[in-house]
Design a protein around this ligand. Structure first.
Ligand SMILES: Nc1ncnc2c1ncn2[C@@H]1O[C@H](COP(=O)(O)OP(=O)(O)OP(=O)(O)O)[C@@H](O)[C@H]1O
Length: 258
């Protein structure tokens, strides 16, 4: 079953006085349940715009979009906010955890907002923090733990309410190579264990090599698509090859760390 079905979606910025800019241009794509898909492309190619459209943060200018079978273009603003909260999980480059809460309180926030029972929240918290190897920091505040631990806590928060899809925007962007590897292993581990459908935007070919499939975007259109074979190392090389064809982002070559 497709969790995301996007048909000929477009996003046009500007208009009126300014010049119109087609950030996403008649793009079609599907994400099947349980898939882990990466989105890559040069700066300005439309990756963030695509993520914002698929995650319903931004409205389409044209096209059709269903998420988990719901035609989200027909939902009101209020219904959309509820839909997002229940059906989606978000992971950001800068973690977006609240400093005033403990790590445990941060992780449980989606369940607290949903009015779940304390016992249920604690069971879910224990399970997910154990899977992610962060049970030792649950009572800490955000400023007392490392970046890699913060991102794993953010992953736990994004997944604790078992959403239909996780959107990750440069989840390794602020991490060193060791933490990036841990975070990507955590994401792929949960993808396998919980069949958590995941879409990740990244500049980082190392992080991307953990995905099953990569969509390369250029000028708001799909330029190329790569599938992982048996070997992550070969996939990594294929990703670098497409990146060099696309141009830009040459500094990403510095992130080679297989
Ligand atoms: N709110 C906006 N108003 C006008 N133009 C915008 C807006 N947001 C993005 N754009 C333009 O749309 C295009 C795509 O931007 P987008 O941020 O999606 O690219 P990106 O691939 O995520 O880039 P980066 O890798 O640098 O984050 C760019 O040309 C950008 O300048």
């Amino acid at each position: 079953m497709a969790i995301v079905e996007a048909k000929s979606i477009s996003k046009i910025y500007g208009g009126k006085k300014g010049i119109e800019h087609k950030a996403i241009d008649h793009l079609s794509m599907n994400i099947e349940a349980g898939e882990f898909v990466g989105v890559m492309g040069p700066s300005g190619s439309g990756k963030t715009t695509l993520l914002n459209l698929l995650s319903t943060i931004d409205r389409l200018s044209a096209g059709f979009l269903t998420i988990n079978g719901s035609d989200i273009t027909k939902l009101s603003k209020e219904k959309l906010a509820t839909f997002r909260r229940k059906e989606m999980g978000f992971i950001f480059q800068d973690f977006n955890l609240l400093d005033t809460l403990t790590i445990a309180e941060n992780i449980m926030l989606p369940l607290t907002l949903d009015g779940r029972k304390v016992k249920e929240m604690e069971t879910k918290l224990a399970h997910i923090s154990n899977t992610l190897g962060i049970d030792g920091i649950l009572r800490n505040r955000t400023y007392e733990v490392s970046g890699g631990q913060l991102q794993r806590a953010a992953i736990a928060r994004a997944m604790i309410h078992e959403p239909s899809i996780i959107f990750a925007d440069e989840p390794t962007g602020n991490l060193d190579s060791k933490s990036s590897k841990q975070v990507m292993e955590a994401l792929t581990g949960l993808n396998t264990e919980q069949h958590a459908t995941t879409l990740m935007v990244t500049h980082d070919p190392f992080a991307a090599s953990f995905c099953e499939r990569i969509l390369f975007i250029k000028d708001g259109k799909i330029f190329n698509e790569l599938h992982k074979g048996d070997q992550r190392q070969n996939f990594f090389q294929d990703i670098l090859n497409v990146q060099s064809m696309l141009g830009g982002d040459t500094d990403d070559l510095q992130t080679i760390r297989l």
